[in-house]
Design a protein around this ligand. Structure first.
Ligand code: XMP
Length: 513
């Protein structure tokens, strides 16, 4: 089986190499330099290696990367990775005086990458650059300012690229990657929807016969993970949905729909008043998050214990919808940072497995969000269920600015429902990544009926994004905004004004707290 290792040198784009490669049938494993050395010491050998980009300078790096090339397997070096190829195989890298960031044009010398144009636009992000080719290499791509942009040694099957074929901003990125996989490295594809499904199911198979617990939110990840696990575990899977009172009306209807229309065994725990007692009066965003998280764990643990005692069963595993970005986020981005054994705790349930002495089951931990959605649909889940907007663990808790109170939560719930209904009826829901309302604790003057009103403000926030890391505010049709605004001021008590947030991320964040 083809096994491709990406050695991660900390580029912000490393995940995208895996993502883009999968779209052309190749999956890769992202590992640190320490992982690589450990694997080599254990006698392992991949089918090919990709050296990622990285923010550091080769001149400040004293690691000997020679053993990458001693393995005599195909190598693709991207950006920093190409400089490693240059430096260790006898070429010359020069310290940059001015960096090259952003769009650039590259020209193919002999048009070897046939599926790409002779000249195309790419995304560059580097400071140092290669000035002399290592012996045995030919120049295959040159940038418009005459810098070496691509080098190849066909005998050794080594390709170096100064640009990032993995980012959307680079034209022909897929073609360049498939040129490496298919023509240079001659690898057999190792990824397809079928393989993805089998890999996840195999994970669940390992816990067959055991009782498995799931902290179920009804969001895409926990729904797909639970549906998949249910196929193998059946009634040994128990889903607990904690109602913390910080949910939107759409979440309550969704969970009822899932209870009715899926075979999942979903236990709804009404913990509204417990949460309200704890969070009322807390104003600081981080204190709110902490209080909501801690209360979640305490209630979950208590209710599960009661359930186990009452039903005389014992849970051994906790099913989580952890995704690949969460897993690699926990790896040190820097090669010297070493291997981290702690996988980032998943939102609400951080610390739960240790506290409750549960082993983790994370069947989706190899997948990206869009793959999870695809898998969900293949499992027969409805399109709308697997294309819901993300909703943060602390819920409405971070959408009431300042002190939390029951009336404030209700204002967000009511306004969010109006926004949701309008997005659905006007068929705009799928045009955005996230859409929600926030209660601003400021009073402004308005006129309601014949009387002067002095009431609070609702902010409507709608953004487009691909991963939540960056986002742009969405240019919604004016008549849509008008309808939402007019419905909110008319239907939600205590609100006299609606504003629309036109801040992108960065510098803003998606949530207000
Ligand atoms: P920000 O506000 O940081 O949000 O731009 C990026 C994405 O993360 C979500 N988010 C959270 N999710 N717990 C979560 O589970 C949190 O505390 C939290 N804060 C933000 C946010 O909704 C967006 O999708």
């Amino acid at each position: 089986m083809t096994e491709i290792w990406i050695i991660d040198f900390g580029s912000q784009y490393t995940q995208l190499i895996t993502k883009r490669s999968r779209t052309i049938g190749y999956s890769t494993q992202i590992i640190t330099w320490d992982d690589f050395e450990e694997r080599i010491q254990n006698g392992k050998k991949p089918s090919a290696i990709i050296l990622s980009g990285g923010p550091q300078s080769i001149f400040e790096d004293d690691t000997n990367y020679k053993n990458v090339f001693d393995l005599k397997v195909p190598v693709l070096g991207i950006c920093y990775g190409m400089q490693i190829i240059g430096q260790f195989l006898g070429g010359k890298v020069e310290r940059g005086t001015i960096g090259e960031y952003g769009h650039a044009t590259v020209k193919q010398k002999n048009h070897l990458i046939e599926k790409a144009d002779k000249e195309f636009n790419v995304w560059m992000s580097h400071f140092d650059h290669l000035v002399n080719l290592p012996p045995g290499f030919e120049l295959i791509l040159e940038s418009s300012n005459k810098l070496i942009a691509g080098i190849l040694n066909t005998d050794k099957k080594i390709l170096g690229l100064q640009f990032h074929p993995e980012v959307e901003h680079s034209d022909f990125g897929r073609e360049v990657l498939s040129y490496f996989y298919e023509q240079i490295a001659e690898l057999k594809p190792n990824w397809s929807d079928e393989i993805m499904m089998q890999k996840c199911l195999k994970e669940v198979e390992t816990v067959k016969g055991h009782k498995v617990l799931c902290a179920f939110s009804g969001g895409v990840d926990s729904l797909v993970a639970a549906t998949m696990a249910h196929q193998i575990l059946g009634d040994d899977l128990y889903c607990f949905f904690i109602d913390n009172g910080l949910l939107r009306p759409q979440d309550y209807t969704h969970i009822e729909t899932l209870q009715k229309n899926t075979p999942l065994n979903i236990e709804i725990v009404d913990a509204k008043s417990e949460f309200l007692n704890v969070v009322t009066g807390i104003g600081d965003p981080e204190k709110k998050r902490k209080a909501i998280g801690v209360t979640f764990i305490e209630i979950f643990e208590k209710k599960v214990k009661e359930f186990q005692d009452n039903h005389k069963i014992h849970f051994e595993y906790l099913l989580q919808g952890t995704l690949y970005p969460d897993v690699i986020e926990s790896l040190s981005p820097h090669k010297k940072g070493g291997k981290s054994s702690t996988i980032k705790s998943h939102h609400n349930v951080g610390g739960l497995p240790e506290r409750m002495n549960l082993k983790l089951l994370e069947p989706l931990r190899f997948l990206f969000k869009d793959e999870v959605r695809l898998l969900g649909q293949e499992l027969g889940l409805e399109f709308d269920w697997v294309h819901r907007h993300p909703f943060p663990g602390p819920g409405i808790g971070v959408r009431v600015l300042g002190e939390l109170s029951e009336p404030a939560i209700k204002k967000v719930q009511a306004s969010d429902q109006i926004l949701f209904e309008e997005l659905k009826t006007q068929k705009l829901y799928q045009n955005c990544w996230q859409a929600f309302t926030v209660l601003l604790p400021v009073k402004t003057v308005g006129v309601k009926g014949d009387a002067r009103a002095y009431e609070e403000v609702i902010c409507v926030r709608i953004v487009n994004s691909t991963d939540g890391m960056t986002a742009t505010w969405t240019q919604m049709p004016h008549q849509f905004l008008e309808k939402v605004s007019s419905r909110i001021v008319n239907e939600v008590a205590g609100i006299t004004r609606v504003v629309y947030d036109i801040t992108s991320k960065p510098p803003g964040t998606i949530e207000w707290e």
